[in-house]
Design a protein. Structure first.
Length: 264
């Protein structure tokens, strides 16, 4: 882990939007395949298999080496993970396309190599190069390399995701989720995903605030540049049987508290 000499600029609050970027318009212009005629993007359990795990054990140290050469990472709050004996749900803010790789680089190996990552079903969006077969091949490659799984916006997809989340929890895998739903240089309202997962698995949720990645890989950029990032890890939250939407709001409040602590 590399210590940065100064803190990176704070992620902007929702009240200070990026000029020319409107989340609602962004979502409405993104046309997904119809849930009736489109693919049912089911999770792949083989992403947790021995071959996939062995591949990541060999490849990820190489990836992490280049990440550390590019990004100066400061991590605060690692001590909050010391009391966690089992898996957890990591609910992190989302600024760039490579947030997951940077966060995994910063985490201890016992979390890094037992982490499944949620994603939208954007790999199957209309307009992506190639037909369904190529899109499926691309998705399978992402599962193999990063153990990702989708939260498809239809009932069949969500049922499949729920079964996969319960499978992951039973097998001792942690889950990384980005509740904002898309990467943005400013803080967006959270979806209820982390609360929903915690409600059905009983796993604790670790709030994570990532600050600085928007300057390293800006939105719509394809080439990253050197920079510093601060990752703040909060205390784990227990679902304690509350309504999952209420719990999701509590997660969002704790992430906002991490942001406020960073600015003080």
């Amino acid at each position: 882990m590399t210590q940065s000499s100064s803190a990176p600029p704070l992620k902007s609050p929702l009240s200070s939007p990026l000029a020319g970027f409107e989340p609602a318009a962004e979502v409405s212009q993104t046309r997904l395949w119809s849930p009736k005629s489109g693919p049912n993007v089911l999770p792949r359990r083989w992403g947790c298999g021995i071959v996939s795990r062995a591949f990541r054990r060999v490849v990820f140290p190489i990836v992490a080496f280049f990440v550390r050469r590019l990004v100066s990472i400061r991590v605060e709050g690692l001590e909050n993970l010391e009391g966690l004996a089992g898996p957890a749900i990591f609910a992190a803010t989302h600024e760039s396309k490579i947030d997951a790789v940077v966060l995994l680089t910063a985490l201890p190996s016992r979390w890094r190599y037992r982490m499944a990552i949620t994603m939208g079903d954007w790999v199957f969006w209309r307009g992506w190069f190639g037909g369904r077969r190529l899109q499926t091949l691309r998705y399978n490659a992402m599962v193999f390399a990063g153990n990702v799984f989708t939260l498809a916006p239809n009932s069949a997809g969500l049922r499949g995701a729920l079964r996969h989340v319960q499978f992951l929890a039973a097998q001792g895998w942690s889950i990384l989720v980005f509740p904002e739903g898309m990467h943005s240089p400013w803080l967006l309202p959270f979806h209820a995903g982390p609360g929903w997962m915690a409600h059905h698995t009983g796993l604790p949720v670790v709030p994570v605030y990532i600050d600085g990645m928007a300057g390293i890989l800006p939105r719509d950029a394809s080439i990253a540049r050197r920079g510093a990032v601060c990752i703040r890890i909060g205390k784990p939250l227990q679902p304690d049987g509350v309504d999952f939407r209420t719990f999701a709001q509590r997660i969002e409040q704790d992430v906002h508290a991490l942001r406020s602590a960073a600015s003080s």
